[in-house]
Ligand binder design. Structure first.
Ligand code: ADP
Ligand code: MG
Length: 606
């Protein structure tokens, strides 16, 4: 009987293996650019023709190769990088270590020109379908040029499988963007069919983002920076007010390698949640630095997935870092008081000069109003929004008048109404007040909901919740399951002012309650919080905090159909615009609407 098993001819085996590593022109672009970076290049130029199908050429000024290496590099498993095996993406490419060039050469016509510093001339090697066809000396500058021509020339099925030039070019653009973003200190160019698409100068990440996405990104970015023992996070987010309706720029990198991570993306969405409209997407460019031993990397070189050993920790730090960045931006004064489209208006200096941000998470001081110098709120006056202050210090005038004077973008005259602006209540539920540009209508419940939410979040961070002692401690008895859930929440509950003492396995004595509760019923509030916790149970400390702050704020905020005095209304409005987010309540509902004078004129003229 004849033997049926045959070894595949080497070139066929190479082609099959190559298909794994090089799926499309963009994969070759990625491998060649990464090699150039590995070679220590400070300038890398990419030229493509016909979306990489006709030509991919990468030129670098890196270390170059010796004559022998210039031949050897095309061999499978030829690599000079074994020593970096502990590196994250050394691990990633393990199965394919030293396979990229072998794979490319198996399915294309490759010309390599390379020269090291110590060599007088360079060497030119031509490899077609894994066969070295030519080798000649060549005069050239130090560095390496790989020209990959007619990719898949000997694998017609693959070549036919490629998408339209536009689609393949998008893939190349995507790889180019990912690589250049995380290597801003290296200069790059990309020329496609004779047209220069990018010319990126060496610089910092912010400059690189602007180089890639346009100089108008300058005012749109907020720096994110968070160093901890286990995880460091650095980069930029796009300010919430510039969030796009299309899934815009969303880049996670781990140790400077691009990854996709839906769970961590959720941390971003969560951090932005209350600040951007539901149908908009956050933009971010963030590098997560971790010890390579804290991650587990998918072996496949074309995959972009990474598993973190402690992904919840990374989630929490990421969320905190982004919230901090947003808090420092203190966006509400910037967008509250302008014409709807006038987003460039900037109260930046006022905010920056006196806004002390300290906590790592949600560093928002709800009592802080950048436009008021004289504000003196007490804790209780805040929660109950009652203030001793009776005369108006002119905050509103500052907002609409004086500040506007200094800001050329606002063309209106200083407000005449500012000094004696007043507050009306509509249907015991809405506050009506005039501002410079028109009429402001505020939902009193949602406004107070937002104010209390930020206050409780802050207390949960800083442990400064005030408690009032109960003269007659009440017992609170639950079933065994609820009692154990309540125990999980105890640390957070204490932070907002509850003092609970466990009497037996199912009964707690309520010895103290949050100062804001005053007349409220602590038991029903605790029950609400338990209920909410049961429904959205999460091991994440962060989610627990958000949940508690939300429930407490929802329960304790003033409701519709509550009569308010003018002073109370004024305080509510002042405090609202001292919040980090004044636009929307924690449940995403719009808190106020501005009817501009233009709107009114238009209405009347129609
Ligand atoms: P790997 O990058 O996993 O080592 P490759 O097949 O991509 O495998 O490259 C093989 C080897 O060729 C590299 O280890 C390196 O020594 C050499 N090489 C590739 N590209 C360059 C370059 N642009 N400059 C200098 N050396 C290079
Ligand atoms: Mg490589």
């Amino acid at each position: 009987m004849l033997d049926v098993i045959k070894l595949l001819p080497e070139n066929v085996a190479n082609q099959i293996a190559a298909g794994e590593v090089i799926q499309r022109p963009a994969s070759a672009v990625k491998e060649l650019m990464e090699n150039a970076l590995d070679a220590g290049a400070t300038q890398i130029d990419l030229v493509v023709k016909d979306a990489g199908k006709a030509l991919i050429m990468v030129t670098d000024n890196g270390c170059g190769m010796s004559e022998a290496d210039a031949r050897l590099c095309f061999e499978r498993h030829a690599t000079s990088k074994i020593s970096k095996a502990e590196d994250l993406f050394a691990i990633r490419t393990m199965g394919f270590r030293g396979e990229a060039l072998a794979s490319i050469a198996a399915i294309a016509q490759v010309e390599l020109k390379t020269r090291r510093q110590e060599d007088e001339v360079g060497v030119r090697v031509v490899n077609e379908g894994s066969v070295i066809k030519e080798q000649t000396p060549v005069p050239m500058a130090v560095g390496t040029t790989f020209s990959v021509k007619n990719l898949f020339f000997n694998v017609p099925a693959r070549r036919n499988f490629l998408k339209s030039p536009a689609a393949e070019m998008r893939h190349i653009d995507e790889e180019f963007t990912r690589i250049t973003l995380m290597n801003p200190e290296v200069g790059f160019t990309l020329v496609s069919d004779g047209k220069e698409l990018y010319h990126l100068y060496p610089g910092n990440l912010k400059q690189r983002i602007m180089g890639l996405f346009g100089s108008n990104y300058d005012g749109k970015l907020l720096p994110v920076s968070q160093d901890t023992d286990r995880v460091n996070i650095h980069g930029y987010i796009v300010k919430p007010e510039f969030a796009k309706k299309t899934r815009g720029e969303q880049f996670f990198f781990v140790n400077r390698r691009f990854i996709k991570h839906p769970y961590l993306h959720h941390a971003l969405e969560n951090a932005f949640m209350e600040m951007i409209p539901q149908d908009s997407f956050p933009g971010y460019f963030l590098n997560i630095e971790v010890d390579p031993s804290d991650i587990d990397v998918n072996i496949h070189p074309t995959k972009t997935e990474v598993n973190f050993l402690d992904v919840k920790l990374v989630y929490a730090i990421l969320h905190a870092a982004v919230r901090k960045a947003i808090g420092q931006n203190n966006l509400s004064p910037m967008i509250d008081f302008e014409e709807p489209n006038n987003l460039g208006f900037d109260f930046g200096e006022v905010v920056k000069s006196s806004n002390p941000i300290v906590q790592p998470t949600v560093p928002v001081d709800p009592t802080y109003n950048p436009f008021s110098q004289k504000r003196e709120f007490t804790q209780s006056s805040f929660g109950g929004f009652k203030s001793e202050r009776t005369e108006h210090p002119g905050d509103w005038r500052l907002l609409y008048g004086e500040r506007a004077d200094q800001t050329p973008m606002v063309e209106e005259q200083p407000a005449e109404t500012g000094q004696n602006s007043h507050y009306l209540q509509l249907s015991h539920s809405y506050i009506v007040t005039t501002v410079k540009s028109g009429l402001l209508l505020i939902d009193q419940h949602l406004a107070h909901y937002r104010i209390l939410y930020e206050k409780f979040l802050k207390e949960l961070e800083t442990n400064e919740g005030h408690s009032q002692q109960e003269l007659f401690p009440q017992p609170f008895t639950l079933n065994a399951n609820d009692a154990s859930l309540l125990r999980e929440l105890l640390p957070e509950l204490e932070r907002v002012g509850f003092v609970l003492e466990q009497a037996n396995s199912t009964t707690f004595m309520i010895n103290g309650t949050p100062a804001d509760l005053s007349e409220g019923d602590p038991i029903s509030l605790l029950e609400k919080m338990l209920e909410n916790y049961k429904q959205n149970r999460s091991d994440l400390q962060l989610d627990r905090k958000l949940g508690i702050a939300k429930t407490m704020a929802a329960q304790l905020s003033i409701k519709a159909n509550t009569t308010l005095s003018e002073v109370e209304m004024q305080n509510l409005v002042d405090q609202l615009f001292g919040c980090s987010v004044a636009e929307v309540a924690p449940d995403g509902k719009k808190i106020y609407t501005l009817i501009t004078i233009d709107n009114i004129t238009e209405q009347l003229n129609n």
